[in-house]
Ligand binder design. Structure first.
Ligand code: AMP
Length: 271
């Protein structure tokens, strides 16, 4: 456990942890604001976790700008930033991994083998280092939220996992550090993803309950943008990530960039 956390604990102050990989945007800052409102102390972790990237993914080109991030965190009145070096997080002799089953079977778990093992391992280590009362995750990565909730319940980690609503650009695109990869044309086309989720929610609101038709609707909306290549489009339960459910989930490639988004179609789409 970190020295500062030990002191805060002794003083009886509640601690909120916001895990990030840096390249901060308004989505991350919303997590920080939420943590700020609910805890005495806010800790942000800032670590690009190599374990959660596949061998052909974007680990090396993942955007990094510590100076910019540092200023943003300072302005947001964060009490501490935990920024471990790779070798401290994963010494060469480290040989333990945390694996969550079932909820990781489909969708992101199937598309990115090893991804959730990397997430579960780093989250377990961050929780052990900071020992927060609450940890904050974005609903944007809905399956990650489900995995972390499962993990913390199963291991009796005694931390409350808080999911924070997705922050979106004015045209609906979910904010993501990976949006910076998009060209101007690709960026315009990317709005089709949230557009598809919005249409599914609108159809649900007018009585459509058939998951096949809701799915077809989303696929049709995506197909209007030739630059968008859907990887999966589905409806699942938000806790188990099994069918049936009302959480619409989409992964799509636009050029080299892979984006994900989701929305519970039983609720109105924001904006
Ligand atoms: P990352 O740095 O991409 O690992 O994200 C760190 C945390 O921020 C994760 O819990 C994400 O789900 C969350 N996050 C990323 N994008 C958004 C967004 N647009 N709205 C809300 N939370 C987000």
């Amino acid at each position: 456990m970190l020295d500062a956390s030990r002191r805060w604990r002794r003083e009886g102050r509640s601690i909120g942890l916001v895990p990030t990989m840096g390249a901060l945007h308004a989505g991350h800052m919303r997590l920080v604001e939420t943590a700020r409102a609910e805890n005495d102390v806010v800790v942000v972790s800032h670590f690009v976790n190599p374990l959660q990237f596949g061998p052909h993914e974007d680990l090396e080109r993942y955007p990094r700008d510590w100076e910019r991030d540092r200023k943003l965190l300072e302005q947001a009145d964060v009490d501490a930033v935990y920024r471990p070096a790779r070798g401290v997080m994963y010494p060469p002799d480290a040989s333990t991994r945390v694996r969550v089953s079932s909820v990781t079977d489909a969708l992101e778990g199937a598309a990115r083998p090893g991804h959730f093992e990397g997430v579960a391992t780093v989250v377990t280590k961050l929780l052990a280092a900071v020992e927060p009362d609450r940890a904050y995750f974005g609903q944007k990565d809905a399956q990650q939220v489900a995995v972390v909730k499962r993990l913390t319940a199963d291991l009796d980690l005694g931390v409350e996992i808080r999911a924070v609503a997705t922050v979106r650009e004015p045209d609906g695109l979910a904010m993501s550090s990976r949006n910076t990869y998009l060209s101007h044309e690709e960026r315009k086309a990317a709005a089709a993803i949230s557009g598809a989720l919005r249409e599914a929610a609108a159809a649900y609101a007018t009585g459509e309950r058939d998951p096949h038709r809701l799915r077809a609707l989303m696929t049709a909306r995506l197909s209007l943008e030739p630059l968008v290549r859907p990887e999966y489009v589905d409806l699942v339960d938000a806790a188990t990530f099994q069918k049936p459910g009302t959480l619409a989930v989409i992964a799509a490639r636009i050029g080299e960039t892979r984006l994900i988004d989701n929305h519970d179609v039983s609720k109105p789409f924001p904006g």
